[in-house]
Design a protein around this ligand. Structure first.
Ligand SMILES: NC(=O)c1ccc[n+]([C@@H]2O[C@H](COP(=O)([O-])OP(=O)(O)OC[C@H]3O[C@@H](n4cnc5c(N)ncnc54)[C@H](O)[C@@H]3O)[C@@H](O)[C@H]2O)c1
Ligand SMILES: [Fe+2]
Length: 385
């Protein structure tokens, strides 16, 4: 068995209603005034209320930063850091989707560091420490609460990642109640994102290991069995809990066995066209699976039946093809768009997308089959209509 390293968030609290314990948790970490990072929709829906009440009850001031938008731009992150510095916070807490959590993680490291954000993009480049950090996801998708990753959109519409262990929070708070009102379109997109995390972790070229494999398999069982119910019957708390748990397990897996070409080809769609992250993944997923098949068919055959139980007992190539077909029909079944044309991409823009995808070298090195510009262009072309 090959040597491996595994890191994750040290404390996980999974309990319905658990955001009401955030105040107590942050007080134990010595916090007196925290940056509370979220977005306006979350505040309006009242999803932050229990956490804010608990902070108040614990004698902690909350400085609310609610300017987060999807695919957080670097400029927004830097403005939020200035605001948090001016407020003099000594901790960071976030209740929100991946965009809020990723922003909170960067605020926590940038607060007590002079290192410019531009020097942090890449793997293992953050030099300082961070403030106490507690994260509660309101989507079941990114797994950001257990990953050492923040994704930011830079001035050139490129999505870049800061990947450093300092970004792992002290606590991940899983409160499925927060996801009960998640609209079907967001449930579908974020759920597919989580599935892609597990699939890409399982086929990751260099760092997959027995722990990431175990987590990815369990994640795919939970996500595969519950994504349709979570979309069609949002109030089904069993399905919501399973999705949130599945997304966290997938996050733990890909934090240690990194994602690859699906994400590399998805990011330019988010950067240029603001296609939601999970939908971007869903649009390229079947075509990347098809491209990877010659190198990863055996691994896909191991996980295909976990997602689509009807594939059990079939040959490796039948399972591979079954996964491609299964994902091609799952998107529309969940009400998602299924072609790049439907999200506003035209044929002339494909070379630009392929060029940008090839810049995601941090991700492409993990792909089971070597990606080239020509292959990326062919994948986008296949996904167009
Ligand atoms: N850090 C990581 O490891 C990691 C992994 C994958 C993706 N990402 C990044 O995360 C971001 C995407 O995050 P996301 O998919 O969670 O979405 P998001 O945070 O961008 O939110 C999408 C929309 O859903 C709304 N929303 C969120 N929770 C809701 C709820 N419970 N009810 C109603 N509306 C709700 C938000 O207000 C927003 O309008 C992207 O920038 C992506 O690149 C990060
Ligand atoms: Fe993702």
């Amino acid at each position: 068995m090959h040597a491996f390293q595994f890191q994750t968030t040290p404390n996980v609290l999974s309990e319905v209603g658990s955001t009401a314990k955030i105040g107590e948790i942050m007080a134990k970490q010595g916090c007196k005034k925290v940056a509370f990072v979220t977005d306006k929709i979350i505040l309006e829906l009242g999803l932050a209320a229990a956490a804010l009440d608990s902070l108040k009850a614990a004698g902690i001031d909350a400085h609310i930063i609610d300017d987060v938008v999807p695919d957080p731009p670097e400029s927004m992150v830097l403005t939020a850091v200035e605001e948090a510095k001016a407020a003099g916070v000594d901790g960071v807490c976030s209740v929100g989707g991946g965009s809020s959590l990723d922003t909170a993680k960067l605020i926590a490291v940038l607060m007590n560091s002079d290192q410019p954000i531009g020097e942090m993009y890449g793997v293992g480049l953050v030099t300082g420490g961070r403030l106490p950090l507690v994260l509660a996801p309101t989507t079941a998708g990114t797994g950001s609460e257990v990953t050492p990753i923040s994704i930011v959109t830079t001035g050139t519409n490129e999505k870049k990642g800061v990947v450093s262990p300092q970004l792992l929070p002290d606590w991940a708070i899983l409160d499925a109640e927060l996801t009960v009102g998640l609209p079907p379109a967001v449930t579908a997109a974020t759920g597919i994102d989580a599935m892609v995390h597990a699939i890409e972790a399982y086929t990751s070229a260099h760092k997959k290991n027995i722990l990431s494999d175990t987590l990815a398999r369990q994640a795919l069982e939970l996500l595969g069995a519950n994504i349709e119910t979570a979309c069609s019957d949002g109030k089904n708390r069993e399905a919501r809990s399973a999705m949130l748990l599945g997304s966290m397990l997938a996050g733990m897996a890909f934090a240690n066995a990194p994602v690859a070409a699906v994400h590399a080809l998805a990011y330019p769609l988010g950067g240029h066209f603001h296609v939601p992250h999970g939908l971007s993944n869903a649009l390229v997923l079947p075509h990347v699976l098809e491209f990877n098949m010659p190198s990863a068919e055996g691994l896909y055959a191991e996980i295909g039946p976990l997602i689509f139980p009807e594939l059990a007992g079939k040959s490796d190539s039948e399972i591979g093809q079954g996964m491609i077909d299964g994902f091609k029909s799952l998107g529309p079944k969940l009400g998602m768009q299924s072609t790049l044309a439907e999200v506003g991409v035209n044929h002339n823009q494909l070379p630009m997308l392929a060029e940008d995808a090839m810049k995601q070298t941090r991700l492409l090195v993990n792909n089971p089959r070597e990606m080239t510009y020509d292959a990326a262009l062919a994948i986008y072309t296949a996904a167009l209509n």
